[in-house]
Design a protein around this ligand. Structure first.
Ligand code: AHG
Ligand code: MN
Ligand code: MN
Length: 344
């Protein structure tokens, strides 16, 4: 086995980037440290400190904040905020961006995170994760503006996630392939375990909260019905796999191929997942692994958000599966009836 550590790998990638100063390597290092702390906490949840359950607070999204959500948000904010590499941090758990004060020496990067993804799975020992995304400050001067916080998905310079599952795995891309590292719990070190990940062109599973059937539009129902049809020559019916943690559902999709969907519905008319903290980073990763990410109509990375908590529909995974979803959704729209809904 090759014993490349995450730190060595990041340094090698930075060396290959002209003009790189080491600031990016420092930032990635700090993300790794925070990830190890969360991983330890997740693995020992239930022992000692009571980390299960709710804090009693409601976040920017109107959702209940679990203790582990808060712990992860505070841990990442503290460590990244004092790293001297970022000038602002946005988080799913915070209404507004946290602007790094001058005494903490702001750096040139913007860090965005879903500190704890899959909150509903915390208390039941099912995989959860952290998602992050990194942009460069764009506007001149020291002030952090919307130009910095609301950049097009394509402007990401790196994105990644950490899955706290049967093992802890750190997956990241800086635009040069997608690489996965598994945490050796005895050594406390991440080792390269999944170099140059490539998503299969087509998969055999679909992943969606099918309990939402009654709130979907006709186009979405048609797509899922199609995937369930008995047509062995085209690989159908697809199998259903749904965990309810985007990190875990995405990680499986990346390794095995397939299609993950969270469409808009009448409960979440804009979609449920967030552009900055969930859709854009996963889109960056999937494209770097040869897959696709779409709203059903538009490439995710072509989108420039209008607010840090923007939500949108997400269809992500194998290239052929995402294309199939786009085609079928468009075909149902053409048949009429639901055009108004889908084009809204
Ligand atoms: P979070 O825990 O960060 O709020 O994210 C939950 C997200 C995502 O992880 C998952 O894909 C989706 O919500 C699950 O939603 P449903 O429970 O509606 O299926
Ligand atoms: Mn999430
Ligand atoms: Mn979250």
């Amino acid at each position: 086995m090759e014993h490349t550590t995450l730190v060595q790998h990041i340094r090698q990638q930075e060396k290959a980037t002209p003009g790189a100063t080491g600031e990016f390597t420092s930032l990635m290092n700090e993300i790794m440290v925070a990830a190890k702390i969360i991983s330890l906490e997740v693995n020992s949840a239930g022992i000692g400190e009571d980390i299960f359950g709710l804090t009693g607070k409601i976040n920017a999204q109107g959702e209940e904040v679990k203790k582990l959500d808060e712990f992860s948000d505070i841990t990442f904010t503290k460590i990244i905020g004092q790293s001297g590499t970022v000038c602002a941090i946005t988080s799913e758990e915070k209404d507004e961006a946290y602007i790094i004060p001058p005494e903490d020496k702001p750096g040139k990067y913007i860090f965005m995170m879903d500190p704890l993804d899959g909150s509903s799975n915390i208390d039941v020992n099912v995989s959860i994760g952290t998602i992050f995304s990194i942009y460069k400050k764009k506007s001149p001067g020291d002030l952090v503006t919307d130009e910095d916080l609301l950049q097009k998905g394509d402007e990401q310079i790196a994105a990644g996630y950490i899955a706290y599952g049967s093992s802890t795995i750190f997956v990241y891309s800086t635009g040069h392939g997608v690489h996965g590292f598994t945490l050796d719990p005895a050594l406390g070190e991440f080792f390269l375990s999944h170099p140059d990940l490539v998503i299969p062109d087509q998969g055999s599973t679909y992943s969606i909260n099918e309990g939402n059937w009654v709130v979907w539009d006709e186009a979405q129902k048609d797509l899922v019905s199609y995937l369930k049809e008995d047509a062995p020559s085209s690989g159908r019916p697809y199998k259903l796999r749904y965990i309810g943690s985007l990190v875990a559902d995405f990680h499986r999709t990346l390794l095995k191929g397939g299609l993950f969907m969270y469409p808009r519905d009448t409960k979440s008319p804009k979609g449920k997942l967030r552009f900055s903290f969930e859709a854009a980073p996963m889109a960056f990763i999937v494209e770097n692994a040869g897959g696709k990410a779409s709203t059903g109509k538009q490439r995710i990375l072509d989108i420039t958000p209008t607010g840090i908590h923007d939500r949108l529909p997400l269809f992500i995974g194998s290239k052929k599966d995402v294309e199939l979803a786009e085609e079928r959704l468009a075909a149902t729209v053409k048949k009429g009836g639901w055009f108004k809904w889908l084009s809204g």
